[in-house]
Design a protein around this ligand. Structure first.
Ligand SMILES: [Zn+2]
Length: 63
């Protein structure tokens, strides 16, 4: 069991988008404002309780 040479890069990559946990079926996203902001948009969560922001790729998950 000597597989230490196989170093994965999971600690180096930044997450591609943020994850936001919500408790409603509808979410609003404006990118958080500032330089990363975008026009406020609303999304309905899908049957899996998830939605992705078209603008900033934020990932919404229902708790
Ligand atoms: Zn967004």
């Amino acid at each position: 069991m000597t597989s230490d040479s196989q170093v994965k890069s999971e600690n180096t990559a930044l997450p591609p988008h943020k994850t936001v946990y919500v408790d409603t079926d509808r979410v609003a996203c404006d990118g958080g404002g500032g330089a990363l902001g975008h026009p406020k948009v609303y999304y309905d969560l899908d049957q899996n309780g998830e939605a992705h922001c078209f603008y900033c790729c934020a990932h919404f998950i229902k708790k």
